[in-house]
Ligand binder design. Sequence first.
Ligand code: C2E
Ligand code: CA
Ligand code: CA
Ligand code: CA
Length: 278
Amino acid sequence: AAKRKLSGALRYDESLDSASALTLSLLTELRRAVEHDELRLYLQPKVPLHGQGGLAAEALVRWQHPRRGLVPPMEFIPFAEQTGFVRQLTLWMFEETARLLADPRTAAMPLRISVNLSTRDLLDPELHTRLGAILARHGVQASAFCLEITESAIMDDPLRAEAMLNRLSEQGFKLSIDDFGTGYSSLAYLKRLPVDELKIDKSFVMGMESGEDDAMIVRSTIDLAHNLGLTVVAEGVENLAILDRLRALSCDEAQGYHISRPLGAEDFLVWQARQLTA
Ligand code: C2E
Ligand code: CA
Ligand code: CA
Ligand code: CA
């Protein structure tokens, strides 16, 4: 049964008796994925809803598996977090993003790219040093990056997270709270953090059309963010009606399939170039 599950999905399943054997083989596969260049940097554009804003995108990992094809992150990120492998993955994503930002085709654009951090990253006392070394290697500014952190990653160890966020902010990174509204952080606490942006979770954004509760949550989050002096981004924008509503509510930026799906780096550069000339 374990074997069948493994071939069906890479999702880590605690109910498996042979969980440790499965863990070991997945970990071996993931390590090999990095060595054999099977991970891919995808980018999903984020666009301003009012007037001119800089170009922006979120970096999202994909696994181009030799037999399974393109494996979505939800099938290996939770596992990578459990085993700590995610720290290596984060550094790989950050380095690929730095490489892209140093590319002559993007160097002239006012582009900012968001990279996702996990709990494990925040708890690494050397995180800021490791990121700083990558910036230096590629000659890229910290301000060209936004680091996305979920509320739950922060609340795992709030004091250590706060210390690291302060260091990263002093280094010049923009910071964003991802999946806002799904965690349990207190507003009083969030206010203390050197955060620049709130990202409204897509479950609320996608629910705006059918449910008044979700629409109200989106509206209050936008107001809250603005009252705290933060930029607010809606993710999961799947159609024009929602985009228009978000604009009417003064949401600052949007990201979602209606604007663009996540794109491979080359396709992303083509997309950006078209935006600039449009
Ligand atoms: P997330 O950080 O909340 O990323 C947004 C997810 O929403 C992405 O899924 C994106 O493809 C998806 N999305 C964007 N627009 C729409 C839309 O209009 N409709 C719908 N239904 N979905 C939309 P993806 O790429 O599958 O990633 C899923 C999650 O995996 C991410 O959620 C993040 O938690 C994690 N992840 C992805 N890449 C990385 C990474 O490099 N590092 C870490 N630590 N986590 C990552
Ligand atoms: Ca994110
Ligand atoms: Ca999110
Ligand atoms: Ca999410």
